[in-house]
Design a protein around this ligand. Structure first.
Ligand SMILES: *Cc1c(COP(=O)(O)O)cnc(C)c1O
Length: 437
């Protein structure tokens, strides 16, 4: 391990928030062709994922009436921040935007695109195998009894700390699959209740996220009719997440916001196992190349991707370096990053910063006050990026890239609209107390 990596690990152990800049960041024009060779993934796959989702739009609007207005497309708005003071500890220059995935319909989190995409890919595969769907057919026909009977004989399962379980469970159950969600000890009760209400089987585990994933994977491997969505190792999930980049490009263009070397994007993405922020970064790099700078946010107790970036050839977990993976940010409570995602993003990421739980609640409270947005603690991590660019290496980084006034900052709010009111009120109260209100 390099001296710099050892120093960063020591700083992580102190559990104070820090910004790490990626020494292995490469030029998009060199890195992306290399990934296409090693992993066979590129722009065509992202476009194909978008095409599949759009093919399903009629079926989705039929299953979920909340999608009728958007004609079956699951997308979130791009908002202009009305109250920049809601960003804790910083007053960044430039444009301040919020990519509001906390309000993504159906699943209420960033997991909607990836999770739903993977279930639909699986449903199409099964349907072709059983001669229920021919190329060019509208998948809306799979809502008919013939297909539902087939799906009812098949299981879709997943391991999750909560939000991926919601996304997969809701979509699979809506198509008539049997659905099973393996949940870690930190999964919230309301997420379990919501799934059970939809007829999804919730299996509770005493272990952490990785243990829940392992248990689900093991159970599914014993059945020929089970399909396991593997959050630690799924290209489907990754590509489903990447579709967000295409949608964001449209939204930026519609708002007349330029993105180029002189007008770069800084994107702040809360990170758990890595799939969602990784897929989005992968998509953004294909569209905007070196003009986009992707930063992941991780809890001080669970910096799984940062530890992975530091650990070289022998992947380490946060436990290995003396951290406990105990955080209120349940969507980010992951000890070991996805090896697949690590391999795909390690030269595309600009950096990773860590956040303290108390600061998450402060940010959540300020966002409620300033923007009237209901986000969960994990999502609040996005807003804790700018304070780390106010001085030192962060400030140098931004100045080397462009004039700070020309930067467009995008805060990715990854979840929150489905949090029950009582639970959300507790979050806000905790944040208000910490903010001294
Ligand atoms: C899952 C999740 C993330 C991070 O996604 P990963 O794919 O686990 O990295 C961020 N925020 C919320 C609210 C999530 O549920």
């Amino acid at each position: 391990m390099s001296v710099a990596a050892t120093t960063t690990l020591a700083a992580l152990r102190s559990r104070l928030p820090l910004l790490w800049l990626n020494p292995d960041l490469g030029r998009a024009a060199e890195v992306l062709p290399r990934i296409s060779e090693t992993h066979g993934m590129g722009m065509a796959d992202i476009v194909a994922a978008d095409t599949l989702l759009r093919r399903w739009s009629e079926a989705l609007a039929t299953l979920f009436p909340e999608l009728v207005a958007a004609q079956g497309v699951i997308e979130s708005p791009l908002l202009t921040m009305a109250a920049p003071w809601a960003i804790p500890g910083a007053a960044p220059q430039g444009r301040l935007l919020i990519k509001a995935d906390h309000s993504l319909p159906v699943a209420g989190s960033i997991k909607a695109r990836g999770g739903i995409f993977e279930v639909l890919v699986h449903a199409e595969k099964l349907a072709r195998k059983y001669d229920l769907l021919k190329p060019g057919d509208n998948p809306a026909r799979l809502l008919q009894p013939a297909a539902r009977e087939v799906f009812a004989r098949h299981l879709v399962s997943v391991g999750s700390t909560g939000n991926l379980g919601l996304s997969i469970g809701i979509m699979a159950a809506a198509l008539g699959f049997r659905a099973e969600v393996h949940m870690s000890h930190d999964a919230k009760e309301w997420k379990k209740a919501r799934l059970r209400m939809r007829g999804v089987t919730v299996v509770e585990h005493r272990g952490d996220y990785a243990a829940a994933v392992a248990a689900g994977r093991e159970a599914a491997s014993r059945s020929s009719t089970a399909y396991f969505v593997d959050d630690e190792d799924s290209t489907s999930l990754f590509l489903g997440y990447a579709v967000a980049a295409l949608r964001l490009r449209e939204q930026l263009a519609a708002a007349g916001i330029p993105v180029d070397a002189a007008h770069p994007l800084f994107v702040y993405l809360p990170c758990g196992v890595g799939g969602a922020p990784g897929g989005i970064s992968f998509g953004l790099k294909h569209l905007f190349g070196d003009a986009v700078h992707c930063f992941f946010a991780e809890p001080c107790a669970s910096p799984a991707m940062l530890v992975r970036m530091l650990s070289g050839d022998a992947p380490l977990s946060v436990y290995d370096v003396g951290l406990d993976n105990v955080t209120e940010a349940d969507g980010l409570a992951v000890a070991q990053a996805s090896e697949l995602v690590y391999a795909l993003v390690n030269s595309l990421l600009s950096g990773i910063y860590t956040v303290a739980d108390d600061d998450l609640f402060r940010a959540l409270y300020l966002l409620q006050e300033g923007e009237r947005l209901q986000i969960e603690p994990s999502a609040a991590a996005a807003f804790l990026g700018p304070s780390l660019f106010e001085a030192g290496a962060g400030l140098n980084y931004i100045r080397n890239v462009a004039s700070p006034a020309e930067v467009t900052h995008i805060f990715w709010t990854t979840g929150g609209s489905l949090v029950p009111p009582e639970e959300y009120a507790r979050f806000v109260a905790r944040g208000a107390a910490l903010a001294g209100r």
